[in-house]
Design a protein around this ligand. Structure first.
Ligand SMILES: CCCCCCCC(=O)SCCNC(=O)CCNC(=O)[C@H](O)C(C)(C)COP(=O)(O)OP(=O)(O)OC[C@H]1O[C@@H](n2cnc3c(N)ncnc32)[C@H](O)[C@@H]1OP(=O)(O)O
Length: 218
């Protein structure tokens, strides 16, 4: 499984420290941080969120779960690091780089020409009536649109605007194809388009602008 490409996280170094700015010019990606079971740990948390979305616990069970979660939170408290050295976001071998906040995706192909990924919206991404929440669709477009801009530009880019047209319902628990590409670029401006398909059916389209960050820009 791949969560990203090498190019995406190893961008052009600048004369400024890579430790400055909103996105670092160069930061270390890894397949090892968090250990071999880290992906499974993230998957178990996603599964837990799936269950929470649909569970209706008794008051006693809710109290029990709270106590268990407090213990787990205390365990993780002893291991907290900054965002650049956390496995969540830098583990390129895992879906969505191990980033638990993103809908899990796998990049099938990524380069200056664009990104082709498979994304699955989980049960906890429910909006209503059994289909995905539109905000989660936008999150997937944002991350993979930013990736398309970064791969073309060779440097990080930030979203200036992002428009999603919801063309049909987006199913949960279904492998979907999300594509993003730079349609046009002008200086630091990358006009990025995207599509989300369930088979042949178009679920949503994206039209966005990603601005390449200047060295050290916050
Ligand atoms: C691989 C991982 C990918 C992750 C992707 C995740 C992406 C994100 O979610 S980023 C978070 C959400 N975005 C933000 O918080 C951004 C907040 N805004 C900003 O930081 C700034 O406004 C920023 C960086 C977008 C642009 O600022 P700045 O670099 O100073 O550029 P600025 O000089 O204002 O504008 C550059 C050009 O873009 C144009 N522009 C800027 N914003 C917009 C906009 N919203 N609409 C249209 N044009 C715009 C300007 O008009 C200008 O055009 P021109 O060069 O022709 O005069």
């Amino acid at each position: 499984m791949t969560g990203a490409t090498e190019q995406q996280s190893s961008t052009e170094a600048s004369e400024t420290s890579p430790h400055q700015g909103g996105f670092r010019a160069d930061f270390e990606v890894t397949t090892e941080r968090g250990g071999p079971s880290y992906g499974e740990m993230v998957e178990q948390v996603r599964t837990f969120m799936d269950k929470v979305r649909y569970a209706s616990p008794t008051p006693e069970l809710a109290d029990e779960v709270i106590e268990d979660l407090k213990k787990l939170n205390a365990k993780l408290d002893t291991t907290l690091v900054d965002e650049w050295t956390s496995p969540s976001g830098t583990r390129i071998d895992l879906p969505s780089r191990g980033n638990i906040t993103l809908p899990p995706y796998e990049v099938r192909n990524g380069g200056p020409e664009g990104v082709d990924a498979e994304v699955i919206f989980r049960r906890f991404h429910l909006g209503g009536n059994g289909v995905a929440h539109g905000g989660h669709v936008a999150v997937a477009f944002d991350d993979l649109g930013g990736m398309a801009a970064a791969l073309r530009a060779g440097r990080p880019a930030r979203t200036a605007y992002l428009t999603v047209n919801y063309r049909s319902l987006t199913p949960l628990e279904t492998p979907l194809v999300l594509r993003t590409w730079v349609h046009e670029h002008d200086g630091r401006k990358n006009f990025v388009r995207g599509t989300l398909h369930d088979g042949d059916r178009l679920c949503a389209e994206m039209d966005a602008l990603f601005i390449e960050l200047r060295p050290g820009q916050a």
